[in-house]
Design a binder for this molecule. Structure first.
Ligand code: GLC
Length: 630
């Protein structure tokens, strides 16, 4: 080959080689997606949630998965917010409806701060914040507070209960909170239980009838809307059926005790409300502290794979996630490894630790590493959690939307709470048709419940146990009387110590002091005994001995009235009516009729409990379902 030919050949080879390299580079460039544009599938909102969950799960380490199963309370992370991201915590909560902040905006700012920590992680999985907005978002002092469930049970109006839940959802979401631990679908079978007022009553059919509407009220048609929150059907299962004296928790006598029923009776009395909630699409279920005893001795529900997995998830088809109750897994065993393993293997998907989240995470990782908890179980739990987070729209909108904050405590919302309070009133006696009053009488008002908002609200109101000096805003029964009957001449004397002469009628509002959970259990040495205080008993005797009188009972459950009814012309069960005291006054003065009926049997004596319709020797002072109309 001559020199010129060789040079020509070499240049042609060089051109060809360059062309090949160029083509290869172009092909490579086209094949490898631009990281900036090709989002991972789990971040693509156009994809089905199941696909997004599967894609995300496939990217997660076991540490990231287990972190999603841990829920911590604010005090456990407030000194180290970075822990939320360091441990990839799936959820945070405030216990007890504590009013940590005064406004929706302040709540939202706090939650968003923790959310930024959660998002500042390898996969940026948002956390979900939960609270006990169980009768309104009582963690907000200005929120609308509805009657507790026992009053809604007395109203027996599922549509009204749905409207109350929908308003609660709006006032909870406006504070940046996406999840409420409500409704309680407990069936209260012994009113000595401190959580009786959290139930719709003793009848499973009533709780079942309420479940669907209330879940839909909270969750709406689309969980991602700023009018929806994730709901929680609680406490699964049988929490209201525990036997008196079976609790081993502190001074509790009933709460967290043992439900000593056969599985058939447990299903008949306590399971149906959860079936209805599952069919309504409830996104979470909270396990009960209590135990069952299906014949082999007491077993904590938190460790009961038959109830949590076979019945709830397989038979009822529950596809949401099961959250534990507050530190409840510690009650399973003194051995923490056993407690963690048995809870997760039984079907608990998220553990409300709520403090030692690091210990929980490392223990569960150890159980997985040792093969005592399978990765399939972890994947199932995390898939359930992530599914609800995608449905909530947390990946697209992880931060608070406070655009509806102005609706918190609005006149429109309070009007519904007033309607609910009025509908929950049960007229138990009305001698000589004393009620309704005309509103032009001279009225003597007495009793510890007349001008005490905290007693109207009960527990879970700004503080866990509630407080006589209420954290929340509202109008008392006395203020409601003034509003509804402005022409009436009203003299108020809480202990009826003022002179009694010269009045047409007396109204004595007797009351329980607020309580929550087992603190309200009746028992030796316990503060709450389902009886009138001495002051209230004296006020009834003095006022009703001097004039026509109405006794109004402000309580979370029936109270012992035998021996106190002489001379009482009219008797009303007001339950825990919430922030709108005018709702108690409305039927009193005929602005609306009395329509409420007893959601629980009313015993003559506390010692007669448990008293339930259907008992062989059923002999209550007032029967389940009783209520006079006007
Ligand atoms: C409580 C209650 C439960 C509540 C949870 C978080 O112990 O049992 O109803 O949702 O802890 O406050």
């Amino acid at each position: 080959m001559g020199a010129s030919t060789a040079r020509l050949t070499r240049s042609r080879l060089l051109i060809a080689f360059t062309a090949v390299i160029a083509a290869a580079l172009v092909a490579w460039f086209l094949a490898v997606p631009d990281e900036a544009e090709a989002e991972p599938a789990y971040l693509d909102p156009s994809l089905p949630v199941a696909e997004r969950v599967a894609d995300l799960l496939g990217r997660m380490t076991i540490e990231e998965k287990v972190g999603q199963m841990a829920q911590a309370q604010i005090p456990a992370v407030e000194d180290d917010p970075g822990a939320v991201g360091d441990f990839g915590l799936g959820s945070l909560l405030s216990g007890g409806s504590e009013a940590l902040h005064d406004t929706p905006e302040e709540w939202a700012a706090m939650i968003d701060g923790y959310q930024r920590e959660a998002l500042d992680t390898r996969l940026g999985i948002p956390m979900v914040y939960g609270i006990d907005a169980v009768h309104g978002n009582a963690s907000l002092p200005g929120a609308t507070i509805f009657p507790h469930n026992i009053g809604l049970g007395a109203a027996a109006d599922p549509d009204l209960a749905e409207r109350a839940a929908a308003i609660t959802a709006i006032e909870t979401r406006a504070a940046g909170i996406r999840w409420t631990f409500a409704p309680c679908l407990c069936v209260a079978r012994d009113s000595r239980w401190g959580r009786t007022y959290e139930s719709f009553g003793e009848d499973p059919a009533l709780a079942t009838a309420m479940a669907d509407d209330v879940v839909r009220g909270y969750q709406g048609e689309d969980l991602s809307l700023n009018t929806s929150v994730l709901a929680t059907a609680k406490h699964y299962v049988g929490d209201g059926g525990t036997a008196y004296g079976s609790s081993t928790t502190g001074s509790y006598t009933i709460d967290q005790g043992v439900t000593e029923l056969s599985e058939e009776e447990l299903r008949r009395l306590h399971l149906e409300p959860f079936r209805a909630a599952v069919e309504a699409g409830v996104g979470s279920v909270m396990a009960s502290f209590s135990s069952t005893d299906l014949g082999d001795g007491p077993l904590k529900v938190h460790a009961d794979g038959h109830l949590l997995t076979t019945v709830l998830k397989e038979e009822l088809g529950f596809e949401g996630f099961v959250v534990s109750d507050w530190a409840a897994i510690y009650q399973i065993s003194d051995d923490y490894s056993t407690a963690v393993r048995e809870a997760v293997n039984a079907g608990i998907d998220m553990v409300m630790v709520p403090d030692e989240y690091e210990a929980f995470i490392s223990q569960l990782l150890e159980e997985v590493d040792a093969g005592r908890v399978s990765e399939d179980r972890i994947d199932d739990a995390v898939s359930r959690i992530l599914t609800q987070k995608f449905e909530l729209g947390l990946f697209e909108h992880p931060f608070a939307d406070t655009s509806l904050a102005a609706e918190v405590g609005s006149a429109e919302h309070r009007a519904v709470a007033r309607e609910a309070a009025a509908a929950s009133q049960v007229l138990l006696r009305n001698e000589n048709a004393l009620l309704p009053l005309s509103g032009e009488e001279s009225i003597y008002v007495a009793g510890s419940g007349a001008d005490a908002l905290g007693r109207q609200l009960g527990g879970w109101s700004g503080t866990w146990q509630g407080s006589v000096d209420a954290v929340n805003e509202g109008t008392t029964i006395l203020e409601g009387i003034g509003e509804v009957a402005p022409e009436a001449a009203v003299q108020y004397s809480p202990t009826a110590s003022e002179p009694l002469d010269g009045h047409d009628v007396g109204i004595v509002a007797v009351a329980e002091n607020p309580y929550a959970e087992g603190v309200g259990d009746v028992g030796p040495g316990n503060a709450h005994d389902m009886k009138l205080s001495e002051q209230d008993a004296e006020a009834v005797e003095r006022v009703c001995g001097a004039m026509d009188c109405v006794v109004i009972v402000v309580s979370g459950r029936p109270v012992e009235l035998e021996g106190h009814l002489d001379g009482v012309d009219a008797l009303v069960a007001a339950w825990l009516p919430g922030s709108e005291g005018a709702g108690v006054a409305d039927p009193l003065f005929g602005h609306v009729p009395y329509t409420g009926t007893l959601p629980v049997s009313w015993p003559g004596l506390v010692a007669d409990e448990p008293v339930n319709v259907g008992d062989a020797d059923y002999d209550p002072l007032f029967a389940y379902g009783f209520g006079l109309r006007t």
